[in-house]
Design a protein around this ligand. Structure first.
Ligand code: ADP
Ligand code: ASP
Ligand code: MG
Length: 412
């Protein structure tokens, strides 16, 4: 007998019929003699709806409004946790829900994107030991002064992995609408191949570069605490993908996967003075406003006195960043500002990059052959990212997938 954490995402609990199906899966785990904690997302689409309602009522962005926003947005998970406990009871499985505050999922006070700091498992373990399945709504936490928080989009994955770590669970099974982690998003590249195993480090890069199958923080946490995470489908019985340490992967490829993101935007400041301290003057105010800048490139003009500075940031921060930079135009002394939201970031990921040269060159060549212009490039030890016109995203992804030899074979 062990403790198993099962997490079901939005599409897996999209209707009451789906929830009954989930209850049957949970019962199978209980029937094997395991103690089970289930983490559920809100029904798919319901978090988006809740966010819309909040926006219709209030446009102010203060700590108070953010806290109330979390009260509303966290409620989608409350509904599914109660419904699943009811569906389990209807199958004769003793079960109870425990909301984030009841399960003592303690977070910091960054509403909308709170970080889990600790979990007091005493209460939860008490109910498990009494023979109940405990259903915990994902995405929810509580601050030290008792206010509800949410963990950022996709945060139920992190709730599940955090609970698995705190309970020293034997496994954390993440059930979703695809049957594992693929070499790239199988919804865009039909030839994507399922990975039997993926290293924590590579998964971390894939998630943070856009592969939304797992929230980035959930992977960070799994890596830190060595949680055995498995990604699998709630709609089939196919074996899923296991997150493992790099050494456990026998069949190594140079490139493991390709991620993409449509969440980035690009800003170019044209004609910035080319002198010491300019970059600090530009990026200082952005970082004070908690706007993260990702890729940066600087072109020196012909006479060397002026330069163009291009950088990327999250689309959701674009409006604020443009406002800030326009306000500071006189002191920053640039000629003009160009912003572009119609961009996408494509990233190739693989630990093989540490030891093999030429992998970046291949990316540039493949994109050039397809006539795709690269707007910005950034690299790190195990990934290369490029920014391209969003129109060419799918074409680029497919071409790169084939070029790096990632396509599934016909018989697979
Ligand atoms: P859930 O609601 O279960 O949390 P998500 O929609 O958050 O599910 O994540 C699953 C989706 O992630 C898939 O439907 C797929 O389109 C997308 N995805 C992106 N990259 C990958 C990848 N490399 N492997 C598998 N799925 C991926
Ligand atoms: N319901 C939340 C979201 O849609 C959390 C989650 O599903 O993981 O982002
Ligand atoms: Mg998700």
């Amino acid at each position: 007998m062990g403790i198993i954490v099962q997490k079901f995402g939005g599409t897996s609990v999209a209707s009451t019929e789906h929830i009954k199906n989930v209850a049957r899966r949970v019962k199978m785990e209980v029937d094997k003699g395991n103690q089970v904690v289930v983490v559920v997302s809100a029904m798919s689409g319901s978090t988006d709806q809740l966010i819309k309602w909040v926006q219709q009522v209030s446009e102010v962005n203060s700590p108070q409004t953010q806290a109330e926003c979390d009260v509303v947005v966290s409620s989608g998970e409350q509904v599914t946790s109660g419904l699943l406990a009811l569906a389990l009871n209807a199958l004769g499985v003793p079960a109870r829900s425990m909301q984030g505050w009841q399960a003592r999922i303690n977070t910091d006070m960054v509403y909308g994107k709170a970080r889990i700091e600790s979990i007091d498992t005493e209460n939860l373990l008490k109910h498990l030991d009494q023979g109940d399945v405990v259903v915990v709504p994902g995405f929810q936490g509580i601050t030290i002064d008792g206010r509800v928080t949410t963990l950022g989009r996709g945060g139920s994955d992190t709730s599940a992995v955090a609970l698995a770590a705190a309970l020293h669970a034997d496994r954390c099974d993440i059930y979703t609408d695809v049957d594992g982690v693929y070499t790239t998003d199988p919804r865009i590249v039909p030839k994507a191949r399922k990975l039997q195993k993926v290293g924590y480090e590579e998964m971390l890069e894939m998630a943070s570069l856009g592969a939304k199958v797992l929230q980035t923080r959930s992977v960070e946490m799994a890596m830190k605490y060595g949680v055995r995470v498995q990604v699998l489908s709630s709609f089939s019985d196919e074996p899923g993908t296991l997150l493992v340490n790099e050494e456990e992967i026998v069949e190594r490829r140079l490139i493991t996967g390709i991620a993409y993101s449509r969440n980035d935007a690009q800003i170019t400041l044209v004609g910035v003075e080319n002198q010491p301290g300019v970059a600090a003057d530009i990026f200082g105010p952005l970082s004070e406003a908690e706007i993260n800048v990702d890729m940066i490139v600087q072109n020196i003009s012909e006479n060397g006195t002026r330069t163009d500075l291009t950088f990327t940031l999250s689309k959701s921060d674009l409006g604020r960043a443009v406002q800030l930079l326009e306000k500071a135009k006189d002191s920053l002394k640039y000629n003009s500002l160009i912003s572009n939201e119609k961009v996408a970031k494509v990233s190739v990921i693989g630990v093989g990059m540490r030891s093999h040269a030429g992998l970046a060159q291949k990316m540039f060549k493949v994109l050039a052959e397809k006539g795709i212009n690269i707007l910005v490039i950034s690299t790190s030890e195990i990934k290369i990212s490029v920014l391209v016109d969003e129109e060419y995203l799918e074409l680029g992804l497919r071409a790169l997938h084939t070029a790096y030899d990632l396509d599934a074979q016909e018989e697979e």
